[in-house]
Every structure is written in C-alpha cells, then in structure tokens.
Design a binder for this molecule. Structure first.
Ligand SMILES: Cc1cc2nc3c(=O)[nH]c(=O)nc-3n(C[C@H](O)[C@H](O)[C@H](O)COP(=O)(O)O)c2cc1C
Length: 346
C-alpha cells in the first residue's frame, strides 16, 4: 500500500488532520490578534504585519504572483500551518548574556543563520526590487541568494550587497544558456551555485491566472507578451543566444548535474530535494549541500502536512547531511515556511 495518499484521499486525510484537537490548538494559538494596518515599516511587529500594506500598494496580479501556490494553494497553506506547529526544544542553564548567532557555511562565517532564499522578479513588488533586498541582507548579515529570474542585473545587486552572493540556477532546455548563466555567476564571484531541481516546468497557478484575467489590459501596458518580453525583463539572459530557448526551467537530471559540476569551481547545492534516496544520491554525486524544500508549494503538491522537522527527517533519513558540507557545524538545512526565509538549525 502506498504511503502517499491519492489527491482525493489526501484531501480527506487533511480534513481529518485539521479536525484533530492538537492541530486546532496549534493553529488557534498561532493566530495573532487583529491589529490595524501599519503606517510605517518600523511599526511592524512581525513580517505578516506588512501583508495588508503590501497588498494595498501592489497591482493585484503582482500580489497574486507573490502569494500564489500551485493549483488551489493547498500545499502552500499546509506549509504555513505545519510551520505553526513546530516547537523549539529549549535547553536551560545556559548563560545567555552574550549570544553568538553566527554560523560557518562553506568556510565563510555569517553573523546570522537566516539565509534569504531566491525570489524571482522582485521589481514586481517594489521599484528597488533586488537592490532593496541586498541592502537589507547586507545590513543584517544574511546570506542572499539571487534568482536566475532577477529583475536587476547581477553586477548591480552584487555591488549593493558588498559580499559574495550565492546564485540560484534554473537550468534551461538549451545547454548553451545554462552554461552562459553559470559563467556569469562565476565571473561575478559567486562562491555557491544553488541549482533548483523541483521546477520541471511552470506550475498551474490558479491565483495568478484569476488575477491576470481581471487585470489583463493593465498587464499589457507594462509587459511585452511572449518569450521575447520575458527575456527583456530578466537581465541574466542579456547577451546569451536565446534562439532555442523554450522556457525558464527544465528538468534537471544527474547527467546535467554532473555536467554542471565539470563546468564550475563554485560549490554546488541543490534546492528542492524531497526524498532520502535523492539526498543519498546527492552525497554520491559529490554535491556540497542540499536544501529540503517543496518550493513553498508553488510548483507541485508535495511534502504535505508533515511539519518541517519531521519532513526534513524523512527527506534526509539515513544520510549524514552534515557530510554534504563538511565545514558546516549546523548540519541540517531546515525547511521552513513559504515566505522565502531559510534557517539552519542544530
Ligand atoms: C514570489 C516568489 C518567487 C520565488 N522565486 C523563486 C526562484 O526564482 N527560484 C527558486 O529557486 N525559488 C523561488 N521561490 C521559492 C523560494 O525560494 C522558497 O523555496 C519558498 O519561498 C519556500 O521556502 P522553503 O523552501 O524554505 O520551504 C520563490 C518564492 C516566492 C514566494
């Protein structure tokens, strides 16, 4: 019998799960009391305080792109709920007068263990886009990972960040383009290449489709339709031969990973591993790190209703994850919620 339920029984299972007193208690406890919308960023008590103001300032289609999951958003919502149920196991009798939150990853010390995940098309959310993220990441000492579909040129983000950026790769159907993107990242001094392996093609995003239909006329005033228009908005593709290009993402196989490995001296981390068997193969193929992630439920319905901790445990079961990045004392990469923040825990 399959452990993974079918889509239909999954829904029933999830309904059952959410009637459970434990889950209900966790969900209710996690809800914050209603507060009026914030007037300035300094008023925000947590990141979700930004949401109403952000929605008010963005076009409905851009807001939908930011918030969407795949299909009916089921996995996105369950990621969120599962995160609320995570508990920290506290250790007492520790002198907390001076706290050191720094971590060493791939030989570099970072003041914060929080890493800024790759998030594409950030100028859709604010005109400063990736530059604003780079400024914040620099100020707070977070490692920033730049998406292939950045809307700001890599060199400009690198200048603003003032530290080595990690680069996230969407491998293309055309090897020439993939090679070109890797070379650009290497030339810009990125020490780490994060290859996203969970996005074989675009997801069916109903939330985006609905918002797009409503504001179609407005979208056309800013966006040139088709692939040509898309290329213009994403400067990583500048100067590359895109004549054979079919779409931003393509399936990544072990053959392509091995080719990438031969091509670059950057550390290679894969993002989107969901099974211990694949984690084991990552070790065998000499990868430097893995990121356990279901892409915030934005591309497929996978990794549901487990809660981050247990999920990582099953994804990495039997694999010495710390061996993947031998100098990383924290070992496990921890899947978190879908807002684009990643933590590394003991
Ligand atoms: C608006 C938005 C855009 C994203 N763009 C990318 C992207 O370009 N590349 C990528 O690998 N992941 C992208 N992601 C996924 C995030 O990197 C991350 O995987 C997701 O927020 C879930 O977090 P988790 O992986 O820690 O669970 C995007 C997420 C959001 C919300």
């Amino acid at each position: 019998m399959s452990y993974i339920p079918s889509a239909l029984s999954r829904r029933r299972f999830v309904e059952h799960l959410f009637r459970s007193p434990l889950v209900l208690a966790g969900t209710i406890a996690a809800q914050s009391p209603t507060s009026p919308p914030i007037e300035s960023s300094g008023d925000a008590l947590d990141v979700f305080d930004f949401a109403p103001s952000a929605q008010g300032k963005m076009s409905p289609a851009h807001w939908a792109y930011l918030m969407t999951g795949v299909d009916d958003n089921l996995t996105r919502d369950l990621n969120h709920d599962a995160f609320q149920l995570l508990q920290i196991r506290p250790r007492r009798f520790v002198d907390v007068e001076k706290i050191d939150t720094s971590v060493q990853i791939f030989g570099q010390r970072h003041p914060s263990p929080i890493v800024i995940d790759p998030v594409g098309s950030q100028r859709a959310f604010h005109s400063d886009g990736e530059l604003a993220t780079a400024r914040a990441a620099h100020a707070l000492g977070n490692q920033m990972i730049l998406s292939t579909v950045t809307t700001t040129p890599l060199r400009d983000v690198a200048r603003e960040y003032q530290r080595p950026l990690w680069y996230q790769l969407y491998a293309s159907n055309d090897w020439g383009i993939t090679k070109g993107l890797i070379q650009k990242a290497e030339e810009a001094g990125c020490p780490v290449l994060m290859v996203t392996v969970d996005t074989l093609c675009g997801g069916n995003r109903e939330t985006v489709a609905r918002a797009g239909r409503r504001g179609e006329a407005k979208c056309k005033t800013c966006h040139e339709p088709g692939l040509k228009g898309m290329m213009k908005e994403h400067p990583m593709y500048d100067g590359l031969d895109v004549s054979k290009f079919r779409g931003i993402t393509d399936a990544v196989t072990w053959q392509s990973i091995d080719r990438i490995r031969e091509l670059t001296r950057m550390k290679i981390v894969v993002k989107g591993v969901m099974a211990s068997e694949d984690a084991q193969l990552c070790v065998e193929h000499g990868l430097d790190g893995i990121v356990v992630s279901n892409h915030g439920g934005r591309v497929t319905h996978v990794g549901l209703y487990m809660g981050g901790g247990r999920f990582v445990h099953s994804a990495t079961r039997g694999v010495q994850v710390s061996n993947l990045s031998a100098d990383d004392p924290y070992g496990r990469w921890w899947h978190t919620r879908w807002v684009g923040v990643r933590r590394i825990i003991h």
